[in-house]
Design a protein around this ligand. Structure first.
Ligand code: F6R
Length: 231
């Protein structure tokens, strides 16, 4: 596990987008694993900017999102987030976009078949990756999960209240994520400092889902100064 600390979120987004663009330019049919949430917005902004400048084409790229809520309005879904921030602004083909559904076994098989080249992750304040909450098995696969109260509280900022915040989601498992050839975790801001320090400095432990990334040969944390302050 390698850690790169940069000045701010713009630098983090620029840095990770450069890696992705180089990879797509070397392999136009690259398979990308994608996350949603505030940490990835600077990255998606930069990818859109570079696409508009003609520096990258997504026409053959295939994507697999990490997770999706169950039973939410369309506008609150992660698919909606991705369409808004990335997919509607680039030349990706709709048929190449993949999202987990309640048919999660099929999703697991599809991810296995296509093999993710680069998996992008955020990190939860409780060290979750995807929606693999503390206690998730290191060999877990794509499945239905119940979100913890901490995660629901953090997510409630996108819903009217905690009561309206979804409790269930489908997520790729930790085992699924670890099959990616390269993994890049993005963390921004001081609210992530504790989670980052635990993932980097603790022994691998199922109570700290992100600690599994230590075992991956090609995992990279790209974080800003604030998220690095407890390292
Ligand atoms: C979302 C996902 C989550 C987020 C994490 C951080 O697809 O997989 O694990 O990456 O909750 O969210 P933000 O970036 O909003 O702090």
């Amino acid at each position: 596990m390698k850690v790169i600390v940069l000045k701010n979120k713009k630098e983090v987004g620029d840095y990770v987008s450069k890696i992705i663009i180089e990879a797509i330019n070397n392999k136009p049919n690259l398979v990308l694993g994608l996350a949603t949430g505030s940490s990835v917005i600077p990255l998606y902004k930069k990818l859109v900017k570079e696409y508009k400048k003609g520096n990258v084409s997504f026409s053959k790229v295939r994507t697999f999102n990490l997770d999706e809520y169950l039973n939410v309005k369309k506008t609150q879904s992660y698919r909606y987030f991705m369409d808004k921030h990335l997919f509607s602004k680039i030349n990706i083909s709709k048929k190449n976009i993949n999202f987990p559904t309640s048919n999660f076994k099929d999703y697991e098989s599809k991810v296995k078949k296509f093999k993710i080249d680069i998996q992008i992750l955020g990190i939860g304040r409780n060290d979750h990756i995807g929606f693999n909450e503390p206690g998730s098995k290191f060999n877990s696969k794509t499945r239905k999960v119940k979100l913890s109260k901490t995660t629901m509280k953090a997510n409630s900022r996108f819903f009217q209240s905690l009561n309206n915040t979804p409790e269930f989601a489908i997520t790729m498992g930790l085992g699924t994520i670890m099959n990616a050839k390269k993994i890049i975790l993005i963390a921004l801001g001081s609210k992530k400092a504790k989670a980052v320090a635990k993932a980097v400095n603790s022994k691998m432990n199922e109570k700290i889902p992100a600690s599994i990334l230590k075992k991956h040969k090609n995992s990279l944390f790209v974080i800003d100064k604030k998220a690095a302050k407890k390292l």
